[in-house]
Design a protein around this ligand. Structure first.
Ligand code: MYR
Length: 131
């Protein structure tokens, strides 16, 4: 289960990914150490997410397979959905400003939550530990 509060512990290639997203170096430096915490509450195919970081706190509700809007911490707006494939959450989101696609997955690996990101050929990961 993904339920619980997860704290970002380490990143892989996240700076390169954010650079590909067009985020400037100052924001990237801050974002590397954003103290991101994500609380996930899944009930059936409905998810309630509480996101908290040095940038903001935010509540998100979505249903698997149903399109919703989301704004990234830098204000970039996307629209897309999460789906469950086996034990993996797979997200596909389209930027509203340029129609390019960001894909992301969430999976549990050895008690950690691993979130992967891909944008325009650049992959990154954030690894979260349960609080
Ligand atoms: C959630 O499930 O937490 C809310 C929906 C997330 C949708 C998209 C996630 C992509 C986040 C990318 C952040 C990278 C900023 C450059």
């Amino acid at each position: 289960t993904f339920n619980g509060t997860w704290k970002a512990e380490r990143n892989e290639n996240y700076d390169k990914f954010m650079e590909q997203m067009g985020i400037n170096i100052m924001k990237r430096k801050l974002a590397e150490h954003d103290n991101l915490k994500v609380t996930i509450e899944q009930t059936g195919d409905k998810f309630h997410i509480k996101e908290s970081s040095t940038f903001r706190t935010k509540d998100i509700d979505f249903t698997l397979g149903v399109t919703f809007d989301y704004s990234l911490a830098d204000g970039t707006e996307v629209s897309g959905m999460w789906e469950m494939e086996g034990d993996m959450l797979k997200g596909k989101f389209t930027r509203k400003d340029n129609n390019k696609v960001l894909t992301t997955t969430r999976t549990l690996v050895g008690g950690e939550l691993v979130q992967s990101y891909n944008y325009e050929g650049v992959d990154a990961k954030r690894i979260f530990k349960k609080q």
